[in-house]
Design a binder for this molecule. Structure first.
Ligand code: FAD
Length: 434
């Protein structure tokens, strides 16, 4: 019998916990990847960078495995159905996979685990995509943290080299099942088309780590942040490798960003209601205005606030937005336009090449003030002041909104002073109800 490794958001052969355990099982090992129809069929746009990236990276794995005399089994379908087929087709001893923390993923894994167990097949799962998960970083009272700063303090204090050790899969490559290469479905087979733009590289440069804490808030610097998010999302880089590099460079700011990532995973894992509701439920009392025309202007980047428009156009054009500008655009939607954060969350979810439910939800709930780490509701970002501070020469704005100084550029769609007061009044009214 074979040991199968079900890859999902861990598309690499090096330093991969599930793969390592499979290789150590003593049986011939072959990875499996399923293009999940439940997820793909729900995507509206047939040009989707994430699907394109997945196809590219699955092909890379296919080629790497072919060099080792092995292959990857790739299917397009609903995971439980695909597993039924695989059980019929192969003699399977065990299946290995890495933990996933979204509600859908947890239910999927439960259903597949049950199916495998009914067929006498073991299903073994490991932590891989986070440094610390679930109950590994808890408060003194053994409860989960809901505030980032004390969480990050404990996270950093717990972070010994032990947790950053790589899983040495390369020592066991002889264990890969020796067989002919199997085909990989193309984008076209799944009814998608390529965008055709290159993806960012998968390394973080030492120079970036040297300057990260000084440059990271300034969106005009093309390399002010690592742009590794798509690689972290799909596991084409190892989080341990990255954290090790940051720790060796003593880059506490970069380590903190990786810590935010872990933080939002554990929030989602412990408080799954955040997928639909405010983390602080009283914020679901807010009477959103939800004006569709205003929402469309925001989506298109035609609000008349240059920094907001630059961010939205960057998102629409390249599928990525700088973190500072994600904060500004999200705050503008929730506070200035009083549009439900879930609308913005869904729009980012469609467009971001690094879309990750946990970080996106965390970022949006932060902006709406409804989340774990919220600033008081009466603190409302001023988009003009933010632009002056973080893009003082307007370099970023002019890159994405070249007509900003021309008369054709729209006037602000809403007055800041009025909108700020309206947001404060609306929030106050909602919170007074509880
Ligand atoms: P870097 O600054 O180089 O950071 C390195 C890595 O740390 C990132 O790749 C990411 O994995 C992690 N990271 C950094 N900041 C955060 C953060 N605040 N929360 C969680 N992880 C972080 N990040 C996503 O990966 N997917 C999302 O869908 C997403 N949606 C967001 C929505 C909003 C409204 C906001 C405010 C933030 C969101 N972020 C999201 C967090 C952050 O903006 C991106 O991770 C970052 O901009 C990615 O660029 P980078 O790789 O150059 O980041």
């Amino acid at each position: 019998p074979l040991s199968l490794v079900w890859l999902r958001r861990d598309l690499r052969l090096h330093d991969n916990a599930a793969l390592y355990h499979a290789l150590k099982s003593g049986r011939p090992v072959v990875p499996v990847f399923i293009f999940d129809r439940v997820i793909l069929d729900a995507l509206e746009d047939r040009l989707d960078r994430r699907v394109e990236f997945l196809v590219q990276e699955v092909n890379r794995l296919h080629d790497e495995l072919a060099k080792l005399g092995s292959t990857i089994i790739v299917r397009y379908g609903k995971p439980v159905d695909v597993w039924k087929e695989l059980i019929g087709q192969y003699s399977i001893g065990d299946v290995f996979a890495n933990h996933d923390y979204e509600v859908y993923a947890k239910e999927r894994d439960k259903a597949v685990g049950e199916l495998l167990s009914e067929n006498g097949i073991g299903f073994h799962t490991s932590k891989d995509q986070t440094i610390f998960e679930r109950d590994e970083v808890l408060t003194g009272k053994n409860t989960s943290y809901t505030v980032f700063t004390p969480y990050s303090r404990k996270w950093k204090n717990t972070l010994t080299d032990f947790y950053l050790k790589a899983y040495p899969t390369e020592k066991y490559v002889k264990q890969f099942w020796q067989t002919d290469p199997l085909p990989v479905p193309t984008l076209n087979d799944m009814d998608f088309q390529p965008v055709g733009e290159p993806f960012p590289g998968r390394t973080v440069a030492d120079e970036l780590l040297d300057s990260y804490n000084k440059t990271r808030d300034f969106p005009a610097f093309p390399h002010s942040t690592s742009q590794l998010s798509i690689h972290l999302r799909f596991g084409t880089v190892s989080i341990r490798e990255l954290a090790r590099q940051a720790k060796e460079a003593d880059d506490q700011t970069f380590l903190s960003e990786l810590c935010w990532r872990d933080f939002y995973f554990q929030v989602l894992d412990h408080f799954p209601h955040v997928e639909q509701y405010s983390f602080r439920r009283e914020y679901d009392q807010i009477e959103w205005r939800n004006n569709e025309d205003e929402f469309d202007k925001w989506c298109r980047g035609e609000t008349g606030y240059p920094i907001v428009d630059a961010g939205m156009r960057q998102l629409n054009t390249i599928g990525w937005m700088h973190n500072r500008v994600r904060m500004i655009t999200a705050s503008f939607l929730c506070k200035h336009l009083l549009i439900d954060w879930r609308w913005g969350e869904a729009y980012f979810g469609k467009k971001l090449r690094d879309y990750d439910l946990s970080a996106n939800n965390g970022g949006w709930q932060w902006a709406a003030g409804s989340g774990t780490d919220a600033a008081p509701y009466f603190r409302v970002f001023n988009p003009t002041a933010q632009a002056q501070r973080f893009d003082p020469k307007g370099v970023y704005i002019r890159e994405w909104v070249p007509e900003v100084d021309q008369s054709s550029y729209p006037r602000p769609m809403v007055d800041h002073v009025m909108a700020r007061q309206r947001a404060i009044d609306t929030y106050r009214k909602a919170l007074a109800k509880v």
